[in-house]
Design a protein around this ligand. Structure first.
Ligand SMILES: [Fe+2]
Length: 464
């Protein structure tokens, strides 16, 4: 057993009522849907990287102190090819399609976009979508988790890559994201979305696109932190390497902050600072003459390599991210940075509904106990970004996933609510949902599911 159980294929799909130990707050009602990879091999080939596995949705239903659990694979063309054909038909993050399939397509098979939406979920009104880094959202039924189909955007915006972390614009409520099409002239094309229509907001040309997993938003601005893990688009088209292996770490380029005014799409700052890398932004907000951007920052991109399955299933060292603040001056004064806390932080979440894009105090995430690098992420952490103080939750042999903050109804403070985290108990090879009081970080309840849930990425809670 051990931490490997978090990186192994989960075959069973179940519908069960969970035994709750402890007490859930009576107001907690709704659903938490989480997304992540759950199938790592096919008859004819295996995926190579944690980010490659085929998407499975996990739904926790909360009502009157009881918890139900259901899990289903997302039945995309990528999944069906693996299940029914036994092969990898689409290129993933770090895995190319099976050879025989590869040769069947005449042009750029690596850019034949996968629909394996294993990263995040989002809602638009009553419709729910699973997301990945190709601009193909997969609609699913929030209650049954049945796959409805691939979203068909009602517009002409197209691209090869996007982020699975769209933001709600704090003032308009529009979803904001970008698409990027690789070519001789590549550009981050920012857009705002209502329903399935995406309206262009700005086009930011770039010769060597950086690998960006997320971006930041404030009330007034959109901020792209372009890390120097960059690709020559021609390499993607011409070289026989999986997607991410075409990117090169070029620290001499530094990290570039592009700040765009949401009102007219103009670039109001284009500043460089020392090279660093990140998957996740924590939050951002406007200040007089500048923008504050908080990021779970790594010194370099070695974490991408550290998450290949042969390394995470072994005992390779794990690079750690730390909560770091970047203040971008809007009058050409550069970027100032400082670490917000000395405890590692990944998969960060905030009180998004009330504090997204606004000055805030608390971030929640996973980290490494004592900042140890010889184990996988094994701690839940709450960071007070104003004081740098942290509070943790750690039990030996238990590996928590992204903590999702759920505010209490009529919350009286930013941290009045609970955090929900799926935790793998490596000793017994089972996962469970752990519910912490967000203010005190003490455990309120836990509810075990009948199997080990492979480590996932992101989930969203929706109140009834
Ligand atoms: Fe992410």
């Amino acid at each position: 057993m051990g931490v490997r159980a978090g990186f192994e294929t989960l075959g069973q799909e179940v519908d069960v009522e969970l035994e709750v130990r402890g007490e859930l707050p009576p107001w907690l009602a709704g659903t938490l849907v989480r997304n992540g990879p759950a199938k790592f091999e096919t008859d004819k080939g295996s995926f190579r990287h944690w980010f490659d596995g085929l998407a499975m949705l996990h739904r926790f239903g909360f009502a009157e102190g009881a918890v139900t659990y259901r899990n289903r694979y997302l039945e995309t063309p990528s999944y069906l090819a693996a299940r029914d054909g036994g092969h990898i038909a689409y290129g993933e993050f770090a895995t190319d399609p099976c050879r025989s399939i590869f040769s069947r397509f005449f042009a750029h098979p690596r850019l034949r976009r996968t629909s394996n939406a294993n990263v995040n979920v989002t809602s638009d009104g009553d419709r729910d979508f699973a997301l990945t880094e190709t601009p193909i959202a997969v609609e699913f039924d929030r209650n049954t988790l049945a796959t409805v189909g691939l979203a068909d955007y009602d517009d002409a915006l197209d691209g090869h890559v996007t982020t699975a972390h769209p933001h709600r614009a704090p003032l308009s409520g529009d979803l904001v994201n970008y698409v990027l099409r690789f070519g001789r002239r590549s550009a981050y094309r920012l857009y705002r979305q209502r329903g399935l229509t995406r309206v262009p907001l700005a086009s930011l040309p770039v010769d060597r696109p950086g690998y960006l997993h997320s971006f930041a938003i404030t009330e007034r601005h959109v901020v792209l932190a372009v890390f120097p893990l960059v690709v020559n688009p021609l390499s993607l088209l011409l070289r026989a390497r999986p997607f991410i292996e075409n990117y090169r770490w070029r620290p001499e380029l530094g990290t570039r902050f592009l700040v765009v005014d949401q009102r007219d799409g103009s670039v109001v700052a284009d500043e460089r600072t020392d090279a660093f890398f990140a998957f996740h932004h924590i939050n951002a907000y406007d200040v007089d003459g500048g923008v504050v951007v908080d990021i779970a920052a790594y010194p370099d991109s070695t974490v991408v390599d550290a998450l290949y399955l042969d390394r995470v299933r072994g005992d390779a060292e794990l690079p750690l991210a730390f909560p770091t603040r970047y203040e971008v001056d809007l009058s050409g004064g550069g970027v100032r940075s400082r670490r917000l806390a000395e405890d590692s932080l990944e998969l960060p979440r905030i009180a998004y509904g009330s504090h997204n894009g606004r000055d805030y105090r608390y971030a929640y995430g996973v980290g490494a106990h004592d900042n140890g690098t010889r184990d996988f992420l094994n701690r839940l952490v709450k960071v007070d970004v104003r004081s740098g103080r942290t509070t943790g939750w750690h039990e030996p042999g238990r590996y928590p996933g992204e903590p999702v903050f759920v505010p209490a109804p009529d919350a009286r403070s930013e941290d009045d609510g609970v955090v929900l985290s799926v935790v793998l108990d490596a000793g017994v090879g089972r996962s469970g949902l752990v519910v912490l009081d967000a203010a005190t970080f003490t455990e309120l309840a836990r509810a075990d599911v009948p199997h080990a849930i492979p480590f996932g990425f992101h989930g969203q809670f929706r109140a009834r």
